[in-house]
Design a protein around this ligand. Structure first.
Ligand code: PEP
Length: 255
């Protein structure tokens, strides 16, 4: 548990459309020996074609997540994968609502929410991503946008214990421009306050809110000190040894 409170930190590695079987093996070979289980929950999200290989290669205690899942069980949806199929493979986690899905693939708040609802009903655990674009931050619409996205998702959630919220400002994703610890903390607190007022105090206290956007080994420790930052969703750095450093910032140094 994080000594700040009773939420176990969560670190996810989003490999996006990167890597090969050889690269995945390198990533998993770095992760498997690491003793983090008492301190932090870890998931890696490889491209869907590597999910089965990843699932068979990770040790118990390292989670594997899909980067997407559709909102139907089966049928004529060429190119899509359902939560039920992921569960059949042994995959328990899925990232939904990533800004690249929202932007490039035009996923609306409603579609994201419906995917979250279907994945949860299929007994998957969801990393639900929300976050504002640069122009929205600059026009002081951060809170409005993040809460609009959260509200859409919340309608579909019955049990928050299977949800991790990833606050990922779009201007920080893949740009090298990380949010300051204070910027991250401010938005995480807005999200937690919203959960307290609109869902329940318990859900607000128990739900992990993780930060994503240019997290690296050099900036993760400062971000992790923030009271409402419960871990990270890591893109680029999850492909490198830096991912281990990011996880290690949640492991007490005597270990
Ligand atoms: C992400 O893709 O979720 C992400 C945070 O990417 P990066 O760490 O590369 O900014």
């Amino acid at each position: 548990m994080d000594p700040k409170h009773n939420r176990k930190p969560f670190v996810g590695g989003n490999l996006k459309m990167n890597g090969s079987r050889a690269m995945l093996k390198e990533i998993i070979d770095r992760l498997n020996p690491l003793k983090f289980d008492d301190y932090v929950e870890v998931a890696i999200a490889p491209p869907s074609i590597f999910l089965d290989l990843a699932h068979r290669s990770v040790r118990k205690g390292v989670n594997v997540a899909a980067q997407n899942a559709f909102n139907c069980t089966k049928g004529a949806y060429t190119g899509e994968v359902s939560p039920e199929q992921l569960k059949d493979l042994g995959i328990d986690w899925v990232i939904l609502g990533h800004s690249e899905r929202r932007e490039i693939f035009k996923e609306s708040d409603e579609l994201v929410a419906s995917k979250v609802g279907h994945a949860l009903k299929s007994n998957m655990k969801v990393i639900a991503c929300i976050g504002e674009k640069l122009e929205e931050r600059e026009s002081e619409k951060t809170e409005e946008v993040v809460i609009r996205q959260l509200q859409a998702i919340a309608v579909k959630v019955d049990d928050w214990k299977n949800v991790v919220i990833a606050y990922e400002p779009v201007w920080a994703i893949g740009t090298g421009k990380v949010a300051t610890p204070q910027q991250a903390q401010d938005v995480h607190l807005i999200i937690r306050d919203w959960l307290a007022k609109n869902i329940s105090e318990k859900v607000a206290q128990d739900t992990r809110i993780i930060y994503g956007g240019s997290v690296k080994g050099t900036n993760s420790a400062e971000l992790a000190k923030q009271f409402d930052v419960d871990g990270f969703l890591v893109g680029g750095a999850s492909l490198t040894e830096d991912f281990i450093k990011i996880i290690e910032c949640f492991i007490p140094s005597e270990n």
